[in-house]
Design a binder for this molecule. Structure first.
Ligand SMILES: *Cc1c(COP(=O)(O)O)cnc(C)c1O
Length: 811
């Protein structure tokens, strides 16, 4: 983009500080961690309650970024930097996106609704992709920030846009409408979720349909309760399963078949899914295709090939200690860049391999395309490139680390598992290449139960607690017990990008594992055992010191190793009655520390026993008061100025005024607050899920499971699911106490829970073998489960056994 500075100032309402007359940039960024072409980047410094990008500006200037849109210019002057000062950087970002969007005049679909937006978007993209160069919002980028980001991906090679818009309160849709400027609108469904931001359903619907203020056509279900909000009935192109007056009328004629009566044609299609949610999404897609004048033959052919939307970059455990990044459903140049970036952030080994198919839809001539691909692969220091497909084999064969195959089958014939060891492998290919076959060979074999961890949610939660803190307060993140069951390594890697100050683990081996994986953040070991001191020093792990005896042992060892000012952390017991020095120990402690410079007191801390309990507020305040006075004693006697910290998650929430120099964040990061209000502001991090292995119908009077604990009173449909107490499901949940979620319905656990399996009642649920089963996650928060079953979320989360495969993802 080349634009006059004065014009740009008008678009975003900015005051210009700088010496240029023209603004020239090829990238717009709001994220300091993922820059490309730094000196060609225009950076918008967004600041929200949770995060302030202004902190990163000096860093960005160092990295070569020269143009900034921000609300406050940094104090220090640097030559050659342009600042566009605005009153609200998000608004400026949105205005620029709207301006940018207006440069293109191809058709744009704008999708909104409570449910199904992302699926409909991905499916429509798949359905029309053979005929258009589609630009669509990545994943579910549908927010006030996500929408402008998506729109800024538009390019002259595109000729069709599909964007989703999600809102959580009034006035937001008006803004998104201006940015997306849709020519056709799609409403997926109006559900009860996200009602909090609206007075009532009326307000929610009237707000959502504002996306359609300027469209030529609106596609939605024929539903009087919604249609009454549409101003111009002539624009409506509706579908229905119950009302034959709709523009497109659907009926299910047989298993796997859908009959369609449109204004011009009636025909039948085969459908790959038939649960009610999929059906309405399929109806939305078919109606859209009819609106775009697709023939019934093409519609039928393409609908039968719809797939589950699992497009995200999935991180999986691979064979021979490899890490696998599965991106086997897409291959275009833009997504290759994203995937390589992702690979760099998530690699767990120094060796990077990519398995890449031919690339489509670049709009570039082949020679130029593959020249850019090889530059990109080289810049990303990919160690081994396995290319599959005729074009990639032809154009990249000159690279020294390139291995070409004409087809996926040719690769599979030559495949040897021994060729893949201790490396991170990105598998990225267009759908037609069926790279899922490659992934299934490279993936470590386990049963179907997985714990999915949403890394974006972790980042959101971190920022939520950060917003409660002063910008100078340091953060220690507790990743003990395998990151509360979620995987400490991946979380530590994520956090290393997010400017936290310390990691906390319980035992030395947890810290050693982090070091071996390349984590460089300072790490405190909370329960160090004397036998591990030597290894701790070797791996630069910092001990919590809680007793005189422990201190003496550590000092002896540190001296042997010629340590000088080795960082230690003094723990005071102010009422928890667990580890820590009592007040009476302090004179002796001072006596030992005063003369030595073998160790240095980096921090002093204590732990609150009841920071989550309002009824013990006085007790907590007394703990805090005692901590302040006892630590003051140490500060004065030793003439030191260490970091002081006492708050855990609920402490941050309930006692932010006592944040001191650092806080220790644990459970909140993983999505669990100590009450509903707090939890509602967090995002769910982990989802424990499995699948239905077998369904059977039993007759009245039959029993189910060991010891015949369940007796059916009538014909009962049961599902067997492969998760049991060895996976961490407490046996106490069996015999109709607990339940799981299948197709958004509760299925009660019947009979006793077995070691590797359990049975649930699905009599009322339209479900099939292979369908997903959720044990806990967004639908059943772990807090609710814990409350019902008389335990705490910590126990359920850390109890998920290590044999359950962890899958990490982020958008
Ligand atoms: C586990 C732990 C924390 C974190 O507690 P949460 O309640 O999970 O936030 C903080 N400090 C110490 C010493 C801990 O052991």
């Amino acid at each position: 983009m080349r634009i006059k500075v004065s014009d740009f100032c008008k678009i975003v309402s900015a005051n210009y500080l700088g010496g240029e007359t023209e603004l020239l940039f090829s990238h717009v960024s709001i994220d300091s961690r993922s820059l490309q072409n730094n000196d060609q980047t225009l950076f918008f410094a967004l600041s929200g309650a949770n995060h302030d990008a202004h902190h990163f500006i000096p860093d960005l200037i160092q990295k070569g970024v020269r143009n900034f849109v921000l609300t406050q210019k940094p104090a220090e002057n640097v030559n050659g930097i342009s600042y566009f000062v605005v009153s609200n950087a998000l608004e400026a970002f949105q205005k620029y996106a709207a301006f940018y969007r207006a440069q293109f005049d191809f058709p744009v679909l704008g999708i909104t609704g409570s449910r199904g937006k992302t699926v409909v978007k991905e499916w429509l993209n798949f359905l029309i992709n053979p005929d258009y160069n589609v630009i669509k919002s990545p994943k579910s980028y549908n927010s006030q920030v996500g929408v402008p980001l998506s729109v800024l991906g538009m390019d002259h090679k595109h000729n069709f846009g599909i964007f989703e818009a999600g809102i959580s309160t009034v006035k937001e849709m008006e803004i998104l409408e201006k940015i997306i400027q849709p020519t056709i609108g799609i409403l997926t469904s109006i559900g009860a979720d996200h009602n909090e931001g609206f007075l009532n359903l009326t307000e929610k619907i009237s707000e959502k349909v504002r996306l359609f203020d300027h469209v030529g056509k609106i596609i939605l279900e024929e539903d009087p309760a919604v249609l009454c909000y549409i101003k111009d009935r002539n624009k409506v192109f509706s579908w229905s399963f119950s009302n034959p007056n709709a523009d497109v009328f659907f009926s299910k004629t047989a298993k796997g078949k859908l009959h369609i009566i449109g204004k011009k044609a009636s025909f039948e299609v085969e459908i790959p899914f038939e649960d009610s949610i999929a059906l309405s999404n399929i109806a939305t897609c078919i109606t859209t295709l009819l609106c775009l004048k697709y023939s019934s033959e093409i519609i039928a052919a393409r609908i039968s090939k719809l797939y589950r939307v699992e497009m995200r970059l999935q991180v999986k455990n691979g064979i021979h200690h490899c890490t696998l990044i599965d991106d086997s459903y897409s291959s275009d140049f833009q997504s290759l860049k994203i995937a390589l970036d992702f690979l760099e952030k998530h690699k767990t080994h120094s060796v990077k391999t990519i398995i890449l198919s031919d690339i489509f839809q670049s709009g570039l001539p082949e020679v130029e395309l593959y020249r850019q691909v090889s530059t990109l692969l080289e810049a990303n220091k990919v160690n081994r490139i396995i290319g599959i497909g005729a074009s990639i084999s032809k154009h990249l064969k000159g690279l020294k680390n390139f291995y070409g195959f004409w087809s996926t089958d040719a690769f599979l014939r030559k495949f040897s598992a021994e060729d893949f060891q201790n490396e991170t492998i990105l598998v990225k290919g267009a759908r037609g290449f069926q790279f899922q076959k490659i992934c299934s060979l490279l993936e470590e074999k386990t049963h179907e139960t997985v714990l999915e961890i949403d890394l974006n949610a972790i980042r959101h939660n971190l920022n939520f607690y950060r917003s409660k803190l002063k910008s100078t307060t340091k953060i220690m993140v507790m990743v003990k017990a395998f990151g509360y069951g979620n995987g400490s390594l991946e979380i530590a890697k994520l956090l290393a990008h997010d400017k936290i100050d310390y990691l906390g683990v319980a035992f030395a081996d947890e810290g050693i594992a982090l070091r071996k994986a390349g984590i460089q953040l300072p790490i405190i070991v909370m329960n160090p055992e004397a036998s591990a001191f030597s290894a701790m020093i070797a791996y630069e792990l910092e001990p919590e010191i809680y007793s005189i005896k422990e201190l003496k042992t550590f000092l002896n060892l540190a001296q042997e190793k010629n340590a000088y000012q080795y960082p230690i952390h003094i723990k005071l017991d102010t009422g928890m009655r667990r580890l820590g020095f009592d007040a009476k120990d302090l004179p002796e402690l001072i006596g030992i520390l005063q003369p030595t410079n073998i160790v240095e007191v980096k921090t002093i801390f204590s732990h609150l026993s009841s920071s989550d309990m309002a009824e013990y507020r006085d007790f907590t305040l007394k703990q805090i008061g005692d901590f302040v006075s006892q630590s003051n004693l140490l500060l004065e006697a030793l003439e030191i100025n260490p970091i002081r910290h006492i708050l855990n998650t609920s402490g941050i929430y309930n006692f932010p005024e006592h944040q001191m120099d650092m806080v220790r964040l644990g459970i909140g990061l993983y999505g669990v607050g100590n009450d509903v209000v707090e939890t509602a502001q967090l995002e769910n991090v982990s989802t424990l899920k499995t699948i239905i292995l077998q369904i059977k119908t039993i007759s009245a009077g039959e029993s189910v499971g060991y010891a015949r604990k369940f007796r059916s009173s009538g014909v009962t449909k049961i599902a067997v699911i492969p998760i049991g107490y060895a996976d961490g499901i407490p046996r106490a949940w069996g015999n109709e106490k607990g339940y799981v979620y299948i197709k958004e319905c509760k299925a009660t656990i019947i009979g006793s829970i077995c070691m590797d399996m359990m049975m649930v009642d699905v009599t009322e649920i339209d479900c099939y073998e292979g369908d997903e089963v959720i044990i806990f996650g967004k639908e059943i928060p772990v807090t609710v489960l814990a409350a019902q079953l008389g335990t705490i979320p910590y126990e359920i989360m850390t109890g998920v056994s290590q044999r359950v495969k962890r899958i990490f993802y982020q958008e």
